[in-house]
Design a protein. Structure first.
Length: 66
């Protein structure tokens, strides 16, 4: 699970680095996450490392790199 979280976090970081700010729905597709659970696992990793900005509201968050 730890390795998968790091792998997804890397894919999310790359997607945000290449395309800029994105919604969770767009990020899931860009990072090729298999589920929302997997997406949020990677987002949590990046948030913990203080590498993400989160804007918008709980229903429709927008993520970008710091």
């Amino acid at each position: 699970m730890f390795a998968k979280a790091g792998e997804i976090a890397g894919a999310i970081w790359n997607a945000l680095n290449e395309n800029g700010a994105q919604s969770a729905k767009d990020l899931k597709k860009a990072a090729k996450a298999k589920s929302e659970k997997e997406l949020y696992l990677g987002l949590g990793w990046l948030l913990r490392e203080d590498k993400l900005n989160v804007e918008g509201d709980e229903k429709d968050p927008i993520f970008s790199l710091k």
